[in-house]
Ligand binder design. Structure first.
Ligand code: DC
Length: 215
């Protein structure tokens, strides 16, 4: 039977790490919706323009975003998997995600992707807006300090020049902006299971999700 798992939560909670593992174990497709907002942010960044809502609407209208089975991300046909992971693009992704026209376009695309079969989709509004009928809903969180530490280690391993303080401020800013926006803010769905991963290993989080899927 096809199943849909929705995983929401703040930046750095480990959503993509655990979702990828769960997808591999269950043979599901993993869909990273944050990568799609990042692709919009990158397109804007590449334009070199100052922020302008009309221009954002224009580039959103004919943008092409796709994800392949290895979670590679394509923007207008070009692979941008690495380029979307910089702190600058993280902030822009959060900035563009406030706009209803951006959310509408990506939400439609995400629902279309979820129709393809069993999926695990992670983001901010999957359980509340994109897939409200998901079979399993998870709200994955961790303390700000722990999320900043994890993201810092990840960026450092990729050779990016960042400081722990800068990563913590960037995450705190995005948490606030993503939670306070008017349209589809970051929120736990009433029927989502809360997992606080602050003191949990990746395997422990994966196991708790697998248990919820199996019941
Ligand atoms: O998951 P992420 O950190 O890659 O997401 C980047 C930004 O995209 C996040 O700060 C807010 C936005 N986003 C969103 O608004 N809704 C989603 N479902 C996923 C991401």
């Amino acid at each position: 039977m096809e199943k849909v798992i929705a995983v929401d939560g703040p930046a750095g909670a480990g959503k993509s790490t655990v979702s990828k593992i769960v997808a591999a174990k269950l043979g599901y497709t993993y869909i990273d919706t944050g990568a799609m907002y990042r692709a919009v942010g990158l397109k804007f960044l590449r334009s070199g323009q100052d922020f302008d809502e009309n221009f954002l609407a224009e580039i959103t209208r004919d943008i092409e975003i796709s994800l392949d089975e290895n979670a590679k991300v394509f923007l207008d046909g070009e692979e941008v998997t690495k380029e979307i992971r910089t702190p600058e693009v993280s902030k822009l992704a959060s900035d563009v995600s406030k706009y209803g026209f951006v959310r509408k376009k990506l939400t439609e695309l995400q629902r279309e992707m979820a129709r393809q079969g069993s999926v695990i989709m992670d983001g901010r509004d999957i359980g509340t807006q994109v897939l409200p009928n998901a079979d399993v809903k998870i709200f994955l969180t961790a303390s700000l300090k722990e999320r900043a530490r994890r993201r810092f280690e990840e960026l450092k391993a990729k050779g990016q020049a960042v400081t722990l303080d800068a990563v913590e401020s960037e995450i705190a800013f995005r948490d606030k902006q993503d939670s306070e926006r008017e349209i589809a803010p970051l929120a736990k769905a009433d029927d989502a299971v809360l997992i606080d991963s602050t003191n949990m290993t990746v395997d422990e989080v994966v196991d708790s999700i697998l248990r919820l899927v199996e019941v």
